[in-house]
Design a protein around this ligand. Structure first.
Ligand SMILES: NC(=O)c1ccc[n+]([C@@H]2O[C@H](COP(=O)([O-])OP(=O)(O)OC[C@H]3O[C@@H](n4cnc5c(N)ncnc54)[C@H](O)[C@@H]3O)[C@@H](O)[C@H]2O)c1
Length: 446
């Protein structure tokens, strides 16, 4: 049982107070987890619903800065939940074991650090940090205490990436040489033009609290509801979306990260006042490590890509096969490594060709002398019907909260994805190659 709850139960019992819900049920206190959500917008609602799929989880409070969402939370989760605009009130509650933090990116680290200090377990939405400089401080805060912190890139728990990891680690596609990944969108909401509610105003929105450490400016509903479009609060395409791709890749390859990045792109279509690009491409060098051979990675996100629906995928290329993934499928083609080098002799004289072939056929007597077109396996893996990586990721978190065993996507894992992703933004703005030390998790000179 988390220490805070143990302490609370002891204090409550000695003070003769009514015990909380979990203490009155047939469930063992260890099975029962009381949560609160801080930042209950699009993802906060999704995360809360997914966490509540576990019958042992109870929502006790939510925090948000827009009144409409606090009211909506009561509509959805019942009048019994407490609501507040001040996350510190949530952290001060002894009946909260764990918090989901799904605020805009600039609030991730400040709230997560305070939550850890308040002895709450933390499900922290990605990207773990808003700035590279915040990474080590949060890792240290986690290491100082005994709390669980899991970052919310659900691909790390996805059955598709488990399959990808299994294929790579077992050598089924030979030696990994290159990986590409893409995310194509074509709609206004896909490009972060989220709806601004008609009642948005200084009365319903706590603008000053939203700004936090961001530069002060007058109330602006567009900035509040479409914060992803501004570097002051969001992290652009790289922080929002590359982070998912890097998390999935690092899990599948067991990698600590790249040694260099170069990113380019531009604001090609959604010129609505945003200060982040809507097309971004990045190239990464992954150095040889005990976990994997050196390979290259190419990522791209395009918010005006001419496709009818969102397309997301990875292609892993190895010396003996390749596979592509989407949200819920993995298709693999395996082809044997060449057993003979083949030849290109058509431009040589007849006599030279004959002499070459005599020699070649003696040297490579096997039937297979060239590899072109040979496929030894063509297979498809599908996630089971109704499978949700989001739900699975919450299950992983709750399991860690109950067992106190470490999570895969801890703060170090989260920063190993967020650090290089945010370096892409710096590379984009500086128009230069930047270097990263994946072991030390910091920018390097070369
Ligand atoms: N894992 C995923 O697939 C996934 C998907 C979407 C979003 N996300 C992440 O979730 C986070 C939230 O994104 P979203 O799309 O839900 O944004 P959103 O704008 O819909 O919701 C954010 C909410 O946070 C509230 N908020 C802002 N500052 C706050 C503060 N200091 N205290 C309390 N509440 C505060 C806002 O009022 C808003 O309702 C982001 O970090 C994003 O990267 C992850």
């Amino acid at each position: 049982m988390p220490p805070s709850r143990r302490r609370f139960l002891r204090n409550a019992a000695s003070a003769g107070l009514a015990l909380p819900a979990f203490a009155q049920t047939g469930l063992s206190p260890n099975d029962r987890v009381q949560i609160a959500t801080i930042g209950i917008g699009g993802m906060g609602f999704g995360d809360t619903r997914n966490a509540l799929k576990d019958p042992g989880v109870e929502l006790v409070a939510v925090c948000d800065l827009y009144t409409g969402r606090l009211e909506r939370a009561k509509e959805l989760f019942g009048d019994g939940i407490a609501t507040t605009r001040d996350y510190r009130e949530i952290l001060a509650r002894p009946d909260v074991d764990a918090v989901i933090i799904a605020t805009p990116d600039h609030w991730h680290v400040p709230i997560a650090k305070e939550a850890l200090k308040a002895k709450k377990d933390v499900y922290l939405q990605k990207p773990m940090v808003h700035k590279i400089s915040e990474g080590k401080g949060l890792i240290e805060e986690v290491q100082r205490g005994k709390q669980i912190l899991q970052v919310g890139s659900q691909y790390v728990t996805s059955s598709i990436y488990k399959k990808a990891r299994e294929i790579i680690q077992s050598g089924q596609i030979g030696q990994l040489t290159m990986v590409e990944a893409w995310l194509d969108r074509n709609t206004a909401t896909g490009a972060w033009q989220y709806t601004v509610p008609p009642d948005a105003g200084p009365e319903t929105v706590d603008w000053d609290r939203f700004l936090g450490s961001a530069p002060k400016r007058p109330f602006d509903a567009t900035r509040f509801f479409r914060w992803r479009n501004y570097n002051d609060y969001g992290t652009g395409l790289a922080g929002d979306l590359y982070v998912h791709l890097l998390s999935g890749l690092h899990f599948a390859t067991n990698s600590k990260g790249p040694s260099s990045v170069y990113s380019t792109g531009g604001l090609r279509y959604w010129k609505d006042g945003r200060d982040v690009p809507d097309v971004m491409l990045a190239l990464f060098d992954y150095p040889e490590s005990p976990e994997h051979p050196a390979f290259n990675l190419a990522l791209r996100v395009n918010f005006k890509s001419g496709v009818p629906d969102e397309r997301f995928g990875f292609r892993f290329c190895g010396t003996e096969g390749s596979f592509t993934t989407s949200y819920d499928t993995l298709e693999m083609v395996r082809t044997p490594d060449e057993s003979a080098p083949g030849y290109t002799i058509g431009t040589f004289t007849k006599a030279t060709q004959e002499a070459f072939l005599k020699d070649y056929n003696e040297k490579y007597p096997e039937m297979v002398r060239q590899n072109r077109g040979r496929v030894v396996e063509n297979s498809e893996y599908k996630a089971s019907e109704g499978y949700s990586a989001h739900v699975a990721h919450h299950e992983a978190f709750m399991s860690a909260v109950r067992t106190r065993k470490p999570v895969v996507e801890d703060a170090v894992f989260g920063f190993r994805a967020a650090g290089p992703a945010l370096l892409c933004n710096e590379s984009y703005y500086k128009k230069s190659i930047l270097y990263w030390d994946p072991a030390e998790m910091q920018q390097a000179r070369t």
